[in-house]
Design a protein around this ligand. Structure first.
Ligand SMILES: Nc1ncnc2c1ncn2[C@@H]1O[C@H](COP(=O)(O)OP(=O)(O)OP(=O)(O)O)[C@@H](O)[C@H]1O
Ligand SMILES: [Mg+2]
Length: 383
């Protein structure tokens, strides 16, 4: 039987754990064509949730468009994608689609022959680069008109929304807001993991998205439901685990879905033969993962300066400590506070740490402290 605990990509169908209440809530918001900002730290499962939500919405005959802003480096490509994807979501007839595409003023049809010989149609900018914002607005107006004509509700999901800042900043935000406010057939979900950026976009009264919709904080998957999902698969595979050991998996993974999937994936592989999961193995899981990902951590490690490495070592031992306290600095021989602050800023920029909304610093990757601990032990043992 194949390992059912998938990680790294989008999990669907039987591999997707719970999230029933979140899907129900988002569905209700979208049936009412509201605007929702979905916010969580990284790897909590926003993208998986949204793509599974789309299946449910389509099942209820709603038209859906999913756009990941990461994939569109400029407004020009975003505008073309938004217009073509919203139109395609509302019109499935190929001939009608091409006719609609040729009716755009600022965009023109682009027909591509796929490697398997099928023909697909999209849009590209037909005007100067500087007019790409007006092309975006033309696409949005068109989507609203078409949804009205088709008497359909359209849901537009924009993932990695905090990336919007990479375009031309505030003018696109203002233009988008005013267009969205005029629409009555389209519901929106804006999703992002840069919590501070997302929240300042929505909560700052000087910003365009101020109070445009409600904020939905995505938390971890409810533990009991997630535990039942895991137990169900383990039972199917003929594995046994006791409840304390399973709870320990959630503790080690900090309840973050990516971490839990990763831990369960390794747990399944390592006990494939014996089918007996025990406490000793559970405690070893994060170390195994740290070793598997070693090349990645080595690269990050090499990018850090000596004082930054010292700080990472200290933080990996004392993850809940207050790093600006005298006690922490004396204990680990680091400081002063001003240089610690500079190290933190740099480590956040390098993607090794992130700053929580409460102002503390944590490892982006839950398993990196285990790797640091492992290399420190290796150095000690060989010294
Ligand atoms: N409901 C779920 N059931 C099982 N696994 C899940 C679920 N949600 C998330 N995961 C696991 O977590 C991983 C990360 O999920 P996802 O990419 O959706 O997170 P994200 O919040 O969009 O992250 P990012 O902010 O980095 O884009 C998935 O690859 C999968 O392994
Ligand atoms: Mg995502």
């Amino acid at each position: 039987m194949e390992n059912p605990f998938k990680y790294g990509g989008v999990v669907r169908g039987p591999y997707f754990a719970n999230r029933r209440s979140e899907i129900k809530e988002l569905k209700r918001e979208m049936v009412n064509l509201n605007h929702v900002f979905l916010v969580s730290p990284r790897r909590f499962g926003k993208t998986c949730l949204l793509l599974n939500l789309i299946e449910t919405l389509k099942h209820d005959a709603m038209a859906c468009t999913y756009i990941d802003l990461n994939a569109f480096p400029d407004i020009r490509s975003f505008a073309s994608a938004l217009a073509s994807l919203t139109t395609t979501a509302l019109e499935t007839n190929k001939d009608k689609l091409l006719k609609i595409f040729s009716g755009f003023q600022k965009l023109r049809p682009k027909v591509t022959v796929e490697p398997d010989g099928t023909i697909s149609a999209g849009l590209e900018l037909a005007v100067d680069e500087k007019d790409s914002l007006s092309a975006l607005l033309e696409g949005m107006r068109h989507a609203e008109k078409l949804a009205g004509k088709k008497k359909k509700k359209l849901v537009v999901i924009i993932d990695e929304f905090s990336d919007l800042e990479k375009y031309n900043g505030q003018s696109i935000e203002k233009a988008l807001r005013s267009e969205i406010q005029k629409q009555i057939h389209i519901g929106y979900i804006f999703s992002g993991s840069e919590e501070s950026v997302m929240l300042s976009m929505i909560r700052d009264h000087k910003r365009a998205f101020y109070k445009l919709g409600r904020i939905m904080d995505l938390g971890p998957i409810e533990r009991n439901a997630y535990a039942n999902f895991i137990l169900g698969w383990l039972k199917k595979g003929g594995f046994t685990i006791n409840d304390d050991d399973l709870q320990r998996v959630f503790e080690i993974g900090n309840d973050v879905p990516y971490n839990i999937q990763r831990l369960c994936n390794v747990m399944w592989d390592y006990t494939r033969e014996t089918k007996a999961i025990n406490t000793a193995l559970i405690e070893k899981l994060p170390v195994i993962i740290a070793q598997q990902d070693s090349p990645h951590y080595e690269m990050l490690w090499r990018s850090a300066s000596q004082p930054q490495k010292m700080l990472l070592i200290a933080l990996s031992k004392d993850q809940k400590a207050k790093p600006f306290s005298k006690e922490f600095q004396l204990k680990h021989g680091i400081g002063p506070s001003s240089s610690i602050k500079a190290s933190f800023d740099s480590l956040v920029k390098k993607g090794i740490l992130f700053k929580t909304l409460q102002g503390s610093y944590q490892f982006v990757d839950r398993f990196m402290p285990y790797w640091i601990d492992y290399i420190m032990k290796t150095i000690r043992d060989t010294a």
